[in-house]
Write a protein that binds this ligand. Sequence first.
Ligand code: ADP
Ligand code: MG
Length: 691
Amino acid sequence: MADLAHTAITHLKGVGDALAEKLAKLSIVTLQDLLFHLPLRYQDRTRITPIGALFAGQDAVVEGAVISASVLMGRRRSLLVKLQDGSGTIGLRFYFFNQSQKNSFIKGARVRCFGDVRAGASGLELYHPEYRIIADDKIMPVEQTLTPIYPTTEGLTQQRLRQLVEQTLGLLSSHNLPDYLPTNLIEHYDLGDLREAICYLHHPPPDANAQLLAEGKHWAQKRLIFEELLSHQLSLQRLREQIRSQSAIAIVHSTKLVPDYLKQLPFSPTQAQQRVVQEVTYDLGMPLPMLRLVQGDVGAGKTVVAALSALPVIEAGYQVALMAPTEILAEQHFLTFQRWFEPLGIKVAWLAGKLKGKARQNALTDIAEGAAMVIGTHALFQRDVFFKQLALVIIDEQHRFGVEQRLALRDKSVDGLFLPHQLIMTATPIPRTLAMSAYADLDTSILDELPPGRTPVSTVVLPDSRRPEVITRVQQACKEGKQAYWVCTLIEESEELTCQAAETTFTELSELLQGVSIGLIHGRMKANEKVALMQRFKEGELQLLVATTVIEVGVDVPNASLMIIENPERLGLAQLHQLRGRVGRGQAESFCLLLYHAPLSRIAQERLSIMRETNDGFIIAEKDLEIRGPGEVLGTRQTGLLQFKVADLMRDSDLLPDIREATQELLENHKESIDLLLDRWVANRERYGQV
Ligand code: ADP
Ligand code: MG
């Protein structure tokens, strides 16, 4: 019997090269790929809703008789068709229409339409609904099943995709779709039948529970989610195995640089820092590549851990690269490491994307000639960057990077023989159980102690009607020699608007706060301007820094003890926690004022009160998970997590312990299933195959 995994999509009737090309954009090449291309959501077209029972936000099938059809001139010319069905009236609104379309809505004609209901100018309206005008005596049946909506690509309609899936489901009787999960595992976790699950999801029966499906909690979904998460774990384990089967340079203990560095450091490392550094140096001593994640809350002192990890490598004569997610943070690390390392005779080099021309050439030369400590942004991983002998890569604030970048490192090996050791550092923007799954290829160290003498940041939540008081408070603080951040948050995803808002705030505060030296920093400024500004703030020349969230990650100015965040309701908990972590880094008592704009949604209220109640990143991460609705996915931008077809790491986190157990079971007893599962589930799997 032919296997769907090996049957090309062109096997289907009506699929030629052009269509196959479009499908390939969705990673659909075989019939198996098509069957595992699952609906994003469902529409319920199985019944007609009386107009009087409609509410805004609902998808609905409506049927009624035309009362009127008129062209309205308003801000935009539109066609408004009024329908009634005895229970009420509703408007159909079209912005794109032609005369014959208008004429077809004859008074009294019966119209069946489908669309989402909104509150419009004429009351409830359907915007650009799909519709059919029904011939007088005809009875038109409704759909028998929920209608699946698939992820698609330009030029490929839902209709077409549905037909192709139908055709393929029809082949299930004559073709093989093997279940790669071992029977004992399916029984143990009560997973149900694979084919049944696939058929159900493409074609839910009329009585399907739409609510369960929308929440991703239906057994058929769980069956596939389980398989997908399992495959993902296996791919990370495979990646780990492949990296660990390579060689790395074994680094001996430092006898000179580490003691010298500690001597000049104005404090001694915490117990936790010492323990983590020990774990790292143990790994570095092995002739195979370290893959270690350090999780430590904001302000726990990860930079010192980075330095103490780098020094033995440098002492052994090799290079270390430190990569940061933003230019500001990279520059700050550069200055810190210069201050720490240059007195020890270590050359520190710097590379960022915005470095151009001669400066860039010089940096590249330094790196190629073996500058011991190289600091930069992801620009470090570009193809034209050649290291002389890179033996350790440190990635700061990993949640900003994807697996992609981790993989790109493989090109930077020494003499093509030795892979660099990898140390990945992150604050905890996602709960630990989740992190363990997202980073299943890494060993973990936990930095669970803050340096001594820190007082927790006191957080106050205020409506922005109290802004004038807050401004007075900032003035007072600056008079006392303290430093403050004033953070303007993102406006509607528009960096442009946000920068403008920061500029306006800067001008306004400059007028109101006479005698206070104020700086402005935002994403639209040139890299060197930003860096110069941060430097002036760090040196205390500026007392108040008006900023966008460009300062969110990693910035360290211990004297800053006051932070105002405007419209904190626009930010997620993880981001607020990161931002607030910019204060409370020194000895002074620190404050964070969250200046919200009323009214607050329930979720925003919850978020802000959590911020007021705790400074603990772990708790914040757990709470974040609790209050997120199931549909709200933690985006890849924030987490660097892989994209899934059906799974959602946040929503499905309750499955993770089982998944880990099952991963182990497959690795130990069912190795033959692994490749087959990866082939089915993990897109671009070839990347994982090559080291
Ligand atoms: P993060 O973990 O957020 O990256 P940093 O490395 O920026 O934290 O450290 C935060 C601040 O704490 C820095 O000013 C750093 O110099 C200071 N610091 C780090 N370790 C110690 C320590 N053991 N004792 C006192 N201060 C420390
Ligand atoms: Mg840091």
